[in-house]
Each structure stands twice: as C-alpha cells, then as structure tokens.
Design a protein around this ligand. Structure first.
Ligand code: CDP
Ligand code: CDP
Length: 222
C-alpha cells in the first residue's frame, strides 16, 4: 500500500494544527507539525546562547539537534535532544523569532529532508508553510487554510485566556501580521498557495465544520 499525503499550509493561527490533529486521529495517519521543528531549532539556539541572526552557528547546531514527536492526548509532545519542550517552543520569544531562523537555507534543507523521511515511511497529515509547494509537491491532497487576521488574533486571544495568559488583542494581531509578512517574503520557500491547493476560508467556520469539509475533500481523492 502506498502512503497517502495530506498537506495543510496557511498563515499563522488559521487553525492548521487543530484541524490536522483531528483528521490524523480520525484517519490514523501520522501528524507532522513542521512548525514545531522550526520552533525547536530556534529554542536550541536560545539554549546554546546563539543569536537568532547567527546563521553560521545555527547551521552548526543542526547536526546535533534531534527532534522527536511522541503521540500523546490531548497534545503531541515534542522532544529536543530528549527533553520535552512542548510548552517552551510556544513562548512569545520563540514565536517572535522563529521566522528569522526559518529563513536560513541550511535550516530549511535540513528540516525538509527530515519531514520527507517521515512521509516516506507513513501516511501523513503535515502542516506548515511550504508543504504543498516544496516538501510534498505530489501530495494527494493540498489545503491552503486561511482566515481573516482579525479572526485569527481573536482565536489566539481566546486560547490565551483559556490558558490564563493575559494578552492584548491588538499586539497579537500585529505579531501575527509581522510573522506572516516575514514568512511570505523570505527568499526560500515562502508561504504561498500551491497552484493545485484547495483554498479553505475558515473565518466564519467552527472547527467541526472545517474538519468535515476537509474530510470530504480527502474522501473524494482516495
Ligand atoms: O502555529 P503557528 O501558526 O503559530 O506557527 P507554526 O506552524 O508553529 O510555525 C512557526 C514558524 O515556523 C512559522 O511562522 C514559520 O516561520 C516557520 N515555518 C516554516 O517556515 N515552514 C514550515 N513548514 C512551518 C513553519
Ligand atoms: O496551527 P495554526 O497556527 O494554524 O492554528 P491553531 O493553533 O490550530 O489554531 C489557533 C486557534 O484557533 C486555536 O485555539 C483553535 O482552537 C482555534 N480555531 C477556531 O477557533 N476555529 C477554527 N475553525 C480553527 C481553529
């Protein structure tokens, strides 16, 4: 049996990981959170005391940076050199600096080959920014998930409140816009909709509605 590949790309906080996780569980596919991999390298730089702009030193880190996912409900755990960094990689500092590290050519080629390796051995739902365009150009299903920036900031805001974190809605919106800008304007594999990706606008759709829309698309391609 050949492996099935679902690629979900889109801007920050569009709901990619939420939707991908639910679909992966339903279909019994491996969920690959590529953003967590870029975040882990960024955290590795921080732990090593390396500046986020130091491309040379970050490149040298790659060969001794092991990133592993462990399925666990309700969140998949992420391990960086065997240390559980699931929460640490979501800090504001890492979120606001990951786009700098993710723009480096060697970081991208190293992580893309790790991502392809997982897809070679499993049926996957992989989410990120360049999955449909670069990582899995022959994916069976490609989704480009979007929502208005106001809606995305609102969702993050509510998520933070649920975690007991107080944030300012306008600051969240600006941080999301700044990250989207950097991700869409970098030289290598910028965030863009693949020609053959299906655009799904989730602005006025709840999670169940999006899951069922994408599940129907997957069924139709099987
Ligand atoms: O979940 P959220 O939208 O906040 O972001 P993420 O998926 O965790 O990705 C974090 C960052 O990693 C993005 O803003 C990109 O800079 C980078 N990234 C990337 O360059 N390519 C990917 N395939 C995935 C993430
Ligand atoms: O992975 P990405 O950054 O694209 O987004 P996410 O972390 O999956 O979703 C951001 C927030 O939006 C989460 O709190 C989701 O529960 C929420 N969400 C929503 O309210 N409605 C949707 N249709 C999708 C996600």
């Amino acid at each position: 049996m050949t492996n099935f590949q679902v690629a979900i790309d889109g801007p920050a906080s569009a709901g990619k990981s939420t939707i991908a996780k639910i679909l992966a569980t339903k279909l019994n596919y491996v969920y690959v959170d590529t953003g967590a991999m870029y975040r882990s390298i960024t955290l590795a730089a921080k732990k090593a005391g390396i500046s986020y702009n130091d491309e040379q030193k970050i490149r040298n880190l790659l060969s001794h940076t092991d990133i592993r996912f462990e399925p666990s409900a309700p969140v998949q755990r992420v391990f960086l050199n065997d240390v559980d960094v699931t929460d640490e990689i979501r800090s504001t500092e890492i979120t606001n600096n990951v786009s700098i590290v993710a723009a480096f050519a060697d970081v991208r080629s190293n992580l893309v080959s790790r991502q392809r390796d997982i897809a070679d051995h499993n049926s996957v739902i992989m989410d990120g920014r360049d999955i449909g365009t670069t990582v899995l150009p022959n994916a069976n299903v490609k989704i480009f998930l979007v929502a208005s920036v106001e809606e995305r900031a609102q969702r993050r805001y509510k998520e933070n409140i649920a975690k007991g974190i107080t944030t300012d809605l306008e600051t969240l919106k600006q941080e999301i816009e700044a990250r989207d800008y950097k991700d869409s304007h970098r030289k290598i594999s910028p965030l863009t909709q693949a020609k053959d990706a299906i655009l799904v606008d989730t602005t006025s759709q709840n999670i169940d509605q999006v899951v069922s829309q994408i599940a129907n698309i997957i069924t139709s391609k099987k």
